[in-house]
Design a protein around this ligand. Structure first.
Ligand code: EPZ
Length: 417
């Protein structure tokens, strides 16, 4: 198994370019099969989750052609309405294929997508939404089948804000008959990005990025072209890396407007940041402990909670981290405690961090994607050597980790062992 070997505690310097947004790319790939015409996506990150989604689509009969950082998708050969069970188990976002396959074939059978370490992550809101659009649901113990001769537009009120449920119902409703409204929709930037792509293909979506989205059904979608937005979570992770290692790094090719709350909280905590139109530069700062609550966009994103917690171990004073979205997203902190951090878990949703602790390198295993990046940041702050195992979890969402971090002076190697 490959691992990362990190030697920490020296400041970094240079520029790191942010890649295209994983959580926009995955949905646009799923939405591409709503049409039978070619779709071209640029600025696509070469990460494991995208490779898995491409494998699932190829198995369904879709032709995928990688360019340098582009992907050409030709769904004309789509021939199956049941994605491969083993492949879908590897990728929770495969649930995004249910709606498009139902809309194209009138039927879809899928295995229940796995949960993951950050929480149980049910799909009840997906299934309820498809039923509201007129589908019949047949549940089996490990899988489900949806059937609908023709989907009918409807009013869908989401009892809980969900990013992928909003995206899934928005894309599916493009081919439903009549008007669909989604009330209490998520507002993450990846949702207007998906709507822009779909409208570019002839859909009629209004209000994406607000809690009220309307979709006027159309008979078919045409070919699409789309340049992915930069990954705001990758940008935020690198900003926190720069601050935690007291470095001067420029995080370029990003959209500061997608990180307003994060930047305000960092500046209130004493971060010395230079914010440009498409970059953010970090400078050595005296950070104070602070309190955050993760929250749906535009609040503090749950995907940046772990990197922020590592940053707070280096700040002066006490911090309270309240993870409100997922029930299992704080358990990685036991690995930071192993490294010398002073963290108390109050309950599965809250930890208190006493800052100003020196971290020492350790042998660790990456529990999930975002906590994995947090452990890299911790390793780069720590004295001595850190070995991180299970790096597939990190490479699911971050492209070219080693070359990009080495390029700003990080002592990191990929070793096998
Ligand atoms: C998306 O996950 C992201 N993933 C997550 O990023 C991100 O953490 C999350 O949104 C929150 O921002 C992708 O976009 C692929 P949710 P999603 O549905 O949509 C509950 C990463 O690291 N819920 O917004 O699955 C759910 O349990 C990943 O890139 C139901 O109850 O998250 C959670 O408590 C991790 N029933 C809450 O909604 C459902 O049917 C919000 O989760 C669906 C969700």
């Amino acid at each position: 198994m490959e691992k990362y070997q990190i030697t920490g505690s020296q400041p970094l310097t240079g520029e790191i370019r942010v890649a295209g947004a994983k959580n926009a790319a995955l949905k646009i790939l799923a939405a591409s099969i709503l049409s039978d015409k070619i779709c071209r996506v640029s600025n696509i990150p070469k990460i494991e989750d995208i490779k898995r989604m491409a494998e699932i689509l190829e198995d369904l009969g879709v032709k995928m052609a990688w360019g340098n950082s582009t992907m050409e998708i030709d769904p004309a050969g789509l021939k199956k309405s049941s994605p491969d069970w083993e492949l879908t188990k590897k990728l929770r976002s495969s649930i995004m294929l249910a709606g498009p396959l139902l809309a194209r074939f009138g039927e879809v059978t899928m295995s229940q997508p796995g949960g993951c370490i950050i929480g149980q992550r049910p799909i009840d809101l997906f299934l309820a939404g498809f039923k509201t659009l007129g589908a019949e649901l047949f549940e089996h113990n490990e899988s489900f089948t949806l059937k609908a001769k023709k989907l009918k537009g409807a009013k869908i009120v989401l009892p809980k804000i969900s990013v992928t449920v909003t995206e899934s119902l928005m894309m599916t409703a493009c081919l439903a008959e009549g008007l669909t409204t989604i009330i209490n929709a998520a507002m993450e930037p990846e949702i207007p990005a998906l709507a822009d792509y779909l409208n570019n293909c002839g859909a009629k979506i209004k209000g994406a990025g607000t809690p009220w989205i309307t979709i006027e059904g159309v008979d078919r979608l045409s070919a699409g072209e789309y340049e992915l937005i930069p990954d705001r979570i990758e940008a935020g992770s690198f900003i926190m890396l720069g601050l935690a290692t007291n470095s001067q790094i420029k995080v370029s090719n990003c959209r500061p407007e997608h990180l307003e709350t994060v930047l305000a909280i960092l500046k209130n905590a004493g971060a010395n940041l230079e914010i440009g139109p498409d970059y953010i530069a970090t400078k050595p700062s005296f950070l104070r402990g602070t309190e955050i609550q993760t929250h749906e966009y535009p609040g503090f994103p749950t995907d940046l909670q772990a990197p922020f917690t590592v940053l707070m171990t280096q700040a002066k004073g006490r911090s309270l981290i309240h993870e409100t979205i997922f029930e299992g997203r704080l358990f990685y902190t036991d690995k930071l405690t192993l490294m010398g951090a002073d963290i108390i878990m109050c309950d599965p949703h809250r930890v208190i961090v006493e800052g100003g602790t020196k971290l020492r390198g350790k042998k660790l295993e990456s529990p999930d994607l975002r906590a994995g990046m947090a452990l890299i940041i911790a390793g780069l702050c720590a004295e001595g050597e850190t070995i991180i195992d299970n790096i597939y979890q990190i490479e699911r969402g971050y492209a070219q980790v080693v070359p990009r971090l080495k390029n700003i002076g990080a002592k990191i190697e990929k070793i096998s062992g």
